[in-house]
Ligand binder design. Structure first.
Ligand code: HEC
Ligand code: HEC
Ligand code: HEC
Ligand code: HEC
Length: 136
């Protein structure tokens, strides 16, 4: 009797609690696709920046950071790309350290520094972000 009660409760709960479109395409709600697709993307993409910042694109392409997209360092830029009056974030030390803080898990070709042993101050004071081998 107890087994029947447990299995029965489960079966009823499953019918009552399963969202309507669950399983329509797979193991998720079918309407979730529409919900996600309706979100506004916050990134504009590298091509959008090139439209107005040709000079920076050329500069970046000459240096070690050529493989890095603008928005990796500047943050999501759709608002700014749509309306240049909206300033994008300029990027602080934490952005550089996301890739350059010493970490044994990083590939060896990537130059790494240990913050407390490296120089103090803003990274961009001593390294040109767009051409990292240059000195400002
Ligand atoms: C429609 C033209 C346009 C597009 C597209 C555009 N920008 Fe700008 N951006 C401007 C203008 C105008 C300024 C202000 C003048 C200046 O400082 O050169 C500016 C300034 C900036 C600045 C300097 C802000 C400051 O405080 O000095 C950064 C960084 C920047 N843009 C990054 C980006 C990135 C990253 C993208 C791509 C997501 C982008 N921009 C796309 C027009 C544009
Ligand atoms: C490696 C990180 C990084 C990448 C990649 C990067 N930027 Fe920057 N960018 C910075 C930093 C940091 C500054 C601020 C420099 C400073 O404060 O002296 C800056 C400054 C700027 C400025 C302000 C003008 C200037 O020269 O100071 C513009 C405009 C700009 N970036 C646009 C772009 C565009 C467009 C791209 C993509 C083609 C891009 N950046 C890629 C880190 C980056
Ligand atoms: C998305 C990852 C990424 C970010 C963010 C990034 N870098 Fe780099 N950086 C690289 C790669 C990849 C190289 C080329 C490989 C190398 O030389 O280490 C490089 C090269 C460098 C070099 C040249 C080292 C040398 O002498 O060869 C310096 C200096 C540097 N970056 C400083 C910075 C600074 C300052 C910032 C922040 C404005 C920054 N990086 C942000 C990935 C990144
Ligand atoms: C006061 C100036 C100064 C500041 C601030 C500074 N650096 Fe450096 N950085 C240097 C000098 C000088 C070198 C080359 C000599 C050396 O390796 O010590 C260097 C070298 C590097 C290298 C290459 C290391 C290698 O193994 O060849 C990387 C990567 C780097 N810096 C990243 C950064 C990051 C990220 C920041 C911000 C957290 C930063 N630096 C802040 C002066 C500075």
């Amino acid at each position: 009797l107890l087994t029947f009660a447990i299995v029965g409760t489960y079966a009823v709960a499953r019918v009552l609690l399963t969202p309507e479109t669950f399983g329509e395409f797979g193991h998720y709600r079918g309407v979730a696709l529409k919900e996600l697709a309706s979100r506004q993307p916050t990134y504009a993409g590298a091509k959008a920046c090139a439209e107005c910042h040709d000079d920076q694109v050329t500069r970046l392409a000459k240096g070690d950071h050529k493989t890095i997209a603008c928005e990796t360092c500047h943050g999501p830029g759709r608002k700014h790309a749509d309306d240049p009056d909206e300033k994008p974030p300029k990027g602080g030390n934490s952005l550089c350290l996301r890739c350059h803080e010493a970490n044994p898990a990083r590939p060896a070709f990537l130059k790494q520094v240990t913050t407390k042993d490296h120089f103090e101050g803003r990274c961009a004071e001593c390294h040109v972000a767009h051409q990292p081998k240059e000195v400002p």
